[in-house]
Design a binder for this molecule. Structure first.
Ligand SMILES: [Zn+2]
Length: 271
């Protein structure tokens, strides 16, 4: 599932392979993208930077245009080298530069922002990015939590990209489990030390996910091989009613917040 670890990994790959190159071919099979003439507008553009902002991808061009995408639940950016045959299946946006082809699939959330036009509001209002080397997670989350309504639940608040960016639904449950914090507690009851612990753990997990080619595998006891599969090994996420890996209490699951995202937790380990 694409969370901040995927956008940062993609940005690093795009920086290595695409920056400094010029688009020689661009296409889309999606009518919503074609109606914006997006492929035509990409043709001839030189790529100057690739950035991740939380879970958003930004590709910047010499003209000042910016291609902004968000992978939502199932989008994927594929980066293929010249030796790989490019499938011509459904594609939101595809483009080639000398040596590489990049293809965005299953992602309805893509937009080419013109020079001088503001970036989408959600990108401008993102909270500190836990994978930004300039951000200290142990300082950023305690500070961010003082700025929001204290009655909000911590499990809902850390998923809100305006509060802190990069954490998606899997890392939310896993970070709160490893920090020993009950997801249903109010933000006002979370101590600065607890907030620092949650953010430090989340940043470590996101960094690990980036190194593990985007896979979210958080539970790697000594002697186990890290799992690179789509599901990976987790402490609580996706393990409803299974015994907690620490105390054997059955793992709970319940929808949380206005977006009703499932939260998994151990009622014995998380207080
Ligand atoms: Zn437990």
């Amino acid at each position: 599932m694409p969370e901040g670890q995927v956008s940062h990994r993609n940005a690093a790959r795009f920086s290595r392979c695409l920056v400094g190159r010029t688009i020689i071919e661009a296409w889309s099979t999606d009518p919503r993208v074609r109606v914006q003439r997006l492929p035509d507008r990409l043709m001839g553009e030189s790529i100057t930077a690739a950035e991740a902002r939380g879970k958003h991808h930004l590709l910047r061009f010499a003209s000042g245009r910016v291609l902004v995408s968000h992978l939502m639940m199932s989008g994927v950016w594929h980066l293929l080298d010249a030796s790989t045959t490019v499938s011509r299946g459904p594609v939101m946006v595809g483009f080639s530069v000398p040596g590489y082809t990049a293809i965005l699939v299953r992602c309805p959330n893509v937009r080419l922002v013109e020079p001088g036009e503001p970036l989408p509001g959600i990108v401008r209002s993102l909270g500190p990015d836990l994978l930004d080397p300039e951000v200290d997670p142990a300082d950023a989350l305690p500070r961010a939590l003082t700025q929001i309504t204290p009655s909000r639940e911590i499990g809902e608040a850390i998923l809100d990209q305006r509060v802190i960016s990069g954490i998606g639904n899997v890392y939310k449950s896993e970070s709160l489990f490893l920090a020993g914090v009950d997801p249903w507690r109010s933000v006002g009851s979370i101590t600065p030390d607890e907030a620092a612990r949650i953010a430090t753990i989340a940043a470590e997990l996101l960094g690990k996910g980036t190194r593990q080619r985007g896979a979210i595998s958080t539970y790697d006891p000594p002697g186990w091989l890290p799992s690179y599969g789509p599901s990976g090994q987790r402490w609580v996420y996706g393990r409803a009613r299974k015994p907690c890996r620490r105390c054997r209490t059955p793992v709970h699951v319940r929808a949380q917040g206005d977006t009703c995202r499932n939260t998994y937790w151990c009622p014995a380990c998380q207080r």
